[in-house]
Design a protein around this ligand. Structure first.
Ligand code: ZN
Ligand code: FE
Length: 256
């Protein structure tokens, strides 16, 4: 096992692309390359050699750079088996429970449908790093384009079991808008109030709010808190199953 160095690249209006380099071998993965040039330039500047692409799902702002980066570097593209027809240039198809080796660093794959029907996430336990694409965001979760609330709640439940110090490397800077919504459904949550103020301060200085930690998300992200009686009561569903509460919170966010 080995640790990763991780470099965050803001691209497009609000996407984050990540470079993750295994310290032991130097092998380097691009996670969800939305674009080409900023990724190749960042790797060049850091002196990192891209050997892999890790895709979480098929959306254009996650696979847009696949073919050109593969042509430029000869890298291997790893992506969701359930979506192999929609991942440009895919070489290796992975699913729930598979292990992905980046040199000596090892990731476990989670199948996390909901945002799309084939979405996966990569968890590098040794580095406490979760690359979760558009499934979990800082204070939010992905829209349910191709899945049900039941699927998304069970996907998020896989993340809820991970260690609290896990860093959540999500793919978008949506946190400030997410905080406004979160406060609308859990206004009495003191940790959320504090976090919201810190987010406003960070964004006022153009600083990223990503990654967060899973511990922060468990304490403040309403989409991970559908089992909390206070939140259930706030959305008019006291005593209901978490999945029903989750569905209602997601519905409210869609209309917020
Ligand atoms: Zn997406
Ligand atoms: Fe996206």
């Amino acid at each position: 096992m080995s640790q990763l160095d991780i470099h965050q690249i803001p691209v497009l209006s609000d996407n984050y692309v990540y470079l993750a380099r295994d310290r032991a071998s130097g092998q380097t993965a691009v996670v969800d390359p939305a674009v080409v040039k900023p990724v190749l330039e960042a790797a060049e500047r850091l002196g990192w050699t891209i050997t892999h692409i890790l895709n979480t799902h098929h959306h254009g702002d996650h696979v847009g750079g696949n073919l050109e980066i593969k042509a430029a570097t000869g890298c291997t593209i790893i992506g969701p088996k359930a979506d192999r027809d929609r991942i440009p240039g895919i070489d290796v198809e992975v699913e729930e429970g598979d292990r992905v080796a980046l040199g000596e660093a090892m990731a476990e794959v989670f199948f996390v449908p909901g945002h799309t029907r084939g979405h996966i996430a990569y968890w590098f336990e040794e580095s406490a790093a979760l690359f979760c694409g558009d499934t979990l965001f800082a204070l939010g979760c992905g829209r349910l384009f191709e899945g049900t609330p039941q699927q998304m709640w069970s996907s998020l439940s896989k993340f809820r079991k991970l260690p609290e110090d896990t860093h959540v490397y999500c793919a978008h800077e949506y946190t400030q808008a997410n905080a406004r919504f979160a406060l609308s459904v859990e206004p009495e949550n003191q940790a959320l109030q504090d976090r919201s103020r810190a987010i406003d301060a960070a964004r006022a200085q153009d600083r990223p709010t990503v990654p967060s930690t899973l511990g922060e998300e468990l304490a403040t992200n309403p989409f991970l808190r559908a089992d909390q009686p206070g939140l259930a009561a706030n959305v008019g569903l006291a005593g209901s199953e978490p999945v029903a509460v989750f569905a209602e919170v997601r519905r409210r966010k869609d209309n917020f």
